[in-house]
Write a protein that binds this ligand. Structure first.
Ligand code: AQP
Length: 338
């Protein structure tokens, strides 16, 4: 990993059912960033357990996310792929940040409100403190750039506030950098195939709502065929899609997968019935996701290799974080063996 390029950190939770939204909204971008940045891509298993995970499924999902990174084209030798719990700096720095962040700051986090729902009293303390761990994930490496979806901008703002408060409280200006968001372009948010107003999500109980990265061609075809649409043919302009969320979503998926703008897709399909468009979308999805799904399957059949990648990545991640943590402990006033 080149130390001369700016450092990117990003993570995906091993919570099962990796889907097209995770690919187009995150993993595909991870692959592209390898050119210009040194990248740490983390399977954030400690974040996953803020909501109950079956231990055996967690192990499996951890290998699956790592396999998806590799299958999509992340180079685990030139960059770093690892799972969060193998590098102690995440938990150690998160504790210090628990003591830097203010309760009022966390109370404003909308994702906690969404995820805890009406059962706030029963949510885990970890779910509440999740943004502090995310700040630690980034700052343990002094990462400067963080590719995130729009839903994570509030958490990244918090990481910046924590970095600044730490620097100010301990009188160490510039100790932690202010990490910057690498936001995805508009249209990178993929919605449920069953409801164009809800994001495609791992936790949606309906498997028909999402295209999983390990779906085979038949499953992809079935899900696109059954995807909700409206009776109108495809329009000629994006403006006419504004009040048609399902149509807009399918056009957005086609545009993202073919690396074009939605406007160009509409130029090609204006006036077409959905049945024709869905057929072409299926072909495109199968062509783009098929090879990734097949490679994931091959990697999942070799857990020793995938765990080897994670262990090697963790050792290299630790080597970056450990000297930073030594400085952190010194700044905070903790006595350590010399
Ligand atoms: N529908 C989506 N469209 C675009 N990007 C998406 N991401 C998730 N869903 C979409 C992006 O995928 C990355 C990894 O997400 P995560 O696993 O860390 O957490 P998440 O955002 O909570 O993912 P899910 O699939 O929606 O899981 P659940 O159902 O558990 O909440 C992130 O960069 C995210 O933006």
């Amino acid at each position: 990993m080149s130390r001369h390029k700016p450092l990117v950190f990003s993570g995906v939770q091993p919570t099962g059912n990796l889907h097209l939204g995770n690919y187009l909204g995150a993993i595909r971008n991870f692959v592209r960033l390898q050119q210009s940045y040194s990248c740490l891509y983390c399977v954030v298993d400690m974040h996953a357990i803020t909501i109950w995970q079956e231990p055996q499924e967690l192990r499996n999902a951890t290998r699956e996310v790592a396999s998806a990174f590799i299958a999509a084209g992340v180079d685990p030798k030139a960059h770093i792929i690892f799972n969060q719990s193998q590098v102690a700096a995440h938990a150690e720095l998160a504790w210090i940040f628990n003591c830097v962040a203010r309760i009022g700051w966390l109370n404003r986090m909308t994702q906690f409100k969404d995820k805890a729902g009406s059962n706030r009293e029963k949510a885990s303390v970890g779910l509440y403190a999740y943004p502090n761990l995310m700040a630690a994930d980034i700052l343990a490496y002094r990462a400067t750039h963080v590719p995130i979806g729009e839903d994570q901008t509030q958490h990244l703002e918090l990481a910046r506030d924590i970095a600044q408060k730490f620097n100010t409280d301990f009188g160490v200006p510039d100790f932690f950098p202010q990490p910057e968001a690498l936001l995805q372009p508009e249209g990178a948010r993929i919605m449920s195939l069953k409801d164009g107003t809800k994001k495609m999500s791992k936790s949606d109980p309906s498997d028909l709502s999402r295209i999983n990265l390990n779906d085979d061609a038949d499953a992809i075809a079935k899900k696109i065929r059954k995807a909700r649409t409206d009776p109108e043919p495809l329009p000629a302009t994006g403006k006419e899609l504004e009040s048609r969320p399902e149509a807009r979503n399918l056009v957005g998926i086609y545009a993202a997968l073919s690396d074009t703008a939605a406007g160009e897709v509409l130029q090609e399909f204006a006036g077409s019935e959905f049945s024709r468009f869905k057929g072409r979308l299926t072909d495109l999805c199968v062509a783009k996701l098929g090879p990734i799904g097949a490679e994931m399957k091959r990697l999942m059949a070799d857990p020793a290799y995938v765990e080897g990648v994670l262990a090697d990545g963790a050792a290299r991640a630790h080597a970056i974080a450990a000297p930073i943590m030594t400085e952190v402990y010194d700044v905070v006033g903790f006595i350590r063996a010399r």
